[in-house]
Write a protein that binds this ligand. Structure first.
Ligand SMILES: [Fe+2]
Length: 257
C-alpha cells in the first residue's frame, strides 16, 4: 500500500495570486505526474494537502483536472487557503475520491488496511487554519471505525513548525479539540502550507509536511528571519505502508529546470 503525498501545487491560468509561484508551474506539475507514473508499482492513492490552485478560478481547476487526468489511482484532496471551495468542488468534485457533500470539503477513503480522512481546515479569505465544531464532529464520527493505519490529510499543520512567519497561520482555532479527538491511537498527519518539507512527532502522532513545487523556503531551524523563496531541490514523499502497520517514508526527488 503506497501513498504519494503532494501539496501546494499553486496552479494558475491567468495570473498568480501569490506572486512567488514559478511561471512554469504547470510544466513542473506535469513532470511530477510523469515521474509518479514511472513508479512500479504505482502508488495506490495520491493525497494532495491543499493549495491545488493559486487563485481558485474555474479555469485554474480545469487546468488541474487536465494535469491530474493521467493518474489512474484515487486522488484525495483537501482545500488550502489559496483554493476556493465552490469552484474546486464544481470542477474537480467528481474527480476526487471519497469527497462528501456539504459545506466543507471533507473526504474518506478506506482500503483493506488504511483509512485516509481529508479535513477542510480553510477559513475562506484568510491564511490561517481552523476546525470548527461541525468539522471536528465529523472527524470524531469517522474515527469511531477505521482501518489499522489512519492518515489525516489537512492543509494547515496543527503543530508549531518553528517558522516564526508561518506558525501564526497554522491550525490554531480548534487545535485543542483536534488533539483530544485524535488521541488514543497514533495517527499519521499529512499537511502542506509551509512550503518546506518537515517531519516530526507531535503528541504521539507522526506528522509530515510536503514541500511545494511552486516555490519553497529553506528556513534554518532557530532563525527568526522572514523566509524568502529560494531554489531548493523538490521531492515528494511516498508513504509505504507495511503489513505489520509500520510505514516507511521515502522521498522521491524530481529534477527541475
Ligand atoms: Fe501554499
Amino acid at each position: 500500500m503506497l501513498i504519494a503525498h503532494l501539496s501546494d501545487l499553486h496552479l494558475f491560468t491567468e495570473c498568480s495570486e501569490t506572486g512567488e509561484t514559478r511561471a512554469d508551474i504547470a510544466q513542473v506539475v506535469e513532470s511530477i505526474i510523469a515521474d509518479l507514473l514511472t513508479l512500479n508499482p504505482l502508488p495506490d492513492i495520491v493525497a494532495i494537502s491543499g493549495d491545488l490552485a493559486d487563485g481558485g478560478s474555474d479555469e485554474d481547476y480545469q487546468l488541474i483536472r487536465h494535469l491530474l487526468a493521467p493518474l489512474p489511482m484515487p486522488i484525495l484532496a483537501v482545500p488550502g487557503n489559496h483554493d476556493r471551495r465552490e469552484a474546486m468542488r464544481r470542477v474537480l468534485g467528481n474527480r476526487l475520491a471519497g469527497l462528501e457533500a456539504g459545506e466543507f470539503m471533507q473526504s474518506r477513503i478506506d482500503t483493506h488496511d488504511v483509512t485516509l480522512l481529508g479535513l477542510d481546515s480553510v477559513v475562506e479569505g484568510e491564511a490561517r487554519g481552523a476546525l470548527c465544531n461541525t468539522r471536528l464532529a465529523w472527524l470524531e464520527k469517522q474515527l469511531q471505525h477505521t482501518q489499522p493505519v489512519t492518515f489525516l490529510v489537512l492543509h494547515h499543520p496543527p503543530f508549531m513548525t518553528g517558522n516564526p512567519h508561518w506558525d501564526p497561520y497554522s491550525l490554531i482555532e480548534g487545535r485543542e479539540r483536534f488533539m483530544e479527538i485524535i488521541s488514543g491511537s497514533p495517527k499519521r498527519i499529512l499537511c502542506g502550507h509551509i512550503h518546506q518539507p518537515l517531519h516530526t512527532y507531535w503528541e504521539g502522532h507522526y506528522a509530515g509536511i510536503a514541500g511545494s513545487p511552486a516555490f519553497q523556503y529553506n528556513l534554518v531551524p532557530g532563525s527568526v528571519s522572514v523566509p524568502t523563496a529560494c531554489k531548493v531541490p523538490y521531492s515528494y514523499p511516498l508513504h509505504d505502508c507495511q503489513p505489520d502497520g509500520s510505514v516507511i517514508v521515502h522521498l522521491r526527488h524530481v529534477a527541475q529546470a
